[in-house]
Design a binder for this molecule. Structure first.
Ligand code: UTP
Length: 408
């Protein structure tokens, strides 16, 4: 049964479209749909009317990075410490693979995309191969947690199995599923995927740790004694995972978190850059950078806000547990969302047609007292596959793979 409160909200928020096909449903369909409606968070709609919600008053300062030359100077020490932590089983890796990859327009999990030209090279395979560079060096496997969504979980698990985990030990691969959130069209109406189904899409990458903890593999963290988690995106095919240098440098720094960064390609490049916000590490969006901030210089005379994040973070598990219940800001992302129209026909739009609600991992950084900003070489470690063509696309990633001597 639909809760009375939900019926009230449907009226209050003018969401009557949700009941348009209700009388056509059979009992099972009704029960299933009732459950979804009863869990629907109508408060999300308030966010739509509040898109310009005032950000808290922020005071930004530069946050210095450990630069390539500093890293090189201490390379042996960092590496030793990183490998030691890995050998002791203290490091785990988390692959964020719950996204929909809508910009790429590939209808399977993004990791199943074949980036090869002359042979098959799947994105998942590339990532596992990179991880295996480290496990070979350390002489032990690293637990790999893979976050999927309800949409791509089955395909992802089957693909790993079919490909024999790309040579990794399957006992060290753990899948967990992230949560979903509803979507709305540009008029603020909740979209439906079928007559008995809301349009539910993955709720962003910010909830990864709470989803991991409450999943049936969450207990592995304690069971295996994992103290650090290296979290990374599925779409960077040059991604270095559980990089001993990064692990060693973060542990030596005493910081509870670390972020891999690359120098900005241009002062106005559209990437979020590391900074301090009200005394805590943070990521300032490119559109929030004032001219004064863009012109500020560090002690070496280089731009002070110069390091863009590449979605490769290291977190102290104890501190993650402390902050797991902190609320992350909710963002609205414009997306192409398949939905049923007034006639009940399924429409798959070519262009973005609405918003999904997401929390983002980058907002987690601000919950830590400190963060080691760790510079890496863009050309060696950053080849994102976001778009079909143009910037950060299949073509640019292929070029970078070849430049790095990887056969594709
Ligand atoms: P993106 O921000 O590129 O989002 O994700 P996306 O959904 O994959 O792609 P578009 O925007 O629709 O084209 C960055 C990383 O976060 C993961 C993605 O899989 C990718 O590794 N992610 C994103 C999740 O795991 N869950 C989400 O809900 C969103």
């Amino acid at each position: 049964m639909i809760d009375a409160k939900v019926l009230e909200n449907i009226k209050k928020y003018n969401q009557e479209q949700l009941l348009k096909f209700y009388d056509e449903l059979n009992e099972d369909e009704k029960n299933n749909y009732d459950r979804q409606l009863n869990n629907l968070d109508f408060n999300l709609l308030d966010l739509l009317n509040n898109t310009k919600t005032e950000k808290k008053d922020s005071m930004y300062e530069p946050l210095g990075a450990l630069k390539l030359e500093d890293i090189q100077k201490n390379e042996d020490e960092y590496k030793k410490q990183g490998i030691k932590a890995i050998k002791e089983g203290k490091v785990g890796a988390v692959l964020l693979a719950g996204g929909q990859g809508s910009r790429l327009g590939f209808d399977k999990p993004k990791g199943m995309f074949n980036i090869g030209e002359n042979k098959e090279v799947y994105i998942f395979q590339r990532l596992v191969e990179n991880l295996m560079d480290v496990t070979t060096e350390a002489g032990c496997y690293i637990p790999l947690f893979v976050m999927t969504s309800e949409i791509n979980d089955k395909d992802t698990r089957e693909f790993f199995k079919e490909k024999n985990y790309f040579g990794y030990d399957k006992d060290y691969v753990f899948f967990f599923v992230q949560d979903m959130a509803p979507s709305v069209d540009y008029n603020g109406k909740f979209l439906m995927a079928a007559k008995d189904k809301l349009c539910l899409t993955p709720n962003g990458n910010g909830g990864w740790f709470s989803s991991l903890l409450k999943s049936d593999v969450g207990n592995k963290l304690d069971e295996l004694g994992i103290e650090w988690l290296n979290v990374f995106a599925v779409d960077n095919v040059l991604q270095r995972i559980a990089d001993p240098l990064f692990v060693g440098a973060t542990i030596s720094s005493g910081c509870p978190s670390g972020a891999k960064v690359v120098k900005k390609a241009r002062p106005d490049e559209k990437v979020g850059v590391m900074c301090k916000e009200n005394g805590k590490p943070s990521i300032v969006e490119y559109y929030e950078l004032t001219t004064e901030m863009m012109e500020a210089k560090d002690e070496d005379g280089e731009p002070a806000y110069n390091y863009g994040v590449i979605l490769n973070y290291l977190f102290d598990v104890k501190q993650l547990k402390d902050i797991v219940n902190n609320k992350l800001s909710l963002h609205m992302a414009e997306k192409k969302i398949a939905y049923i129209d007034d006639a009940g026909e399924l429409i798959s739009p070519e262009e973005a047609n609405g918003y999904k609600f997401e929390t983002l991992i980058l907002d987690m950084i601000n919950m830590f007292d400190d963060c080691l900003v760790f510079e890496v070489e863009r050309e060696k470690e950053f080849a994102p596959v976001k778009n079909k063509t143009g910037v950060d696309s299949i073509d640019t990633a292929r070029e970078l793979l070849k430049k790095n001597g990887i056969e594709i």
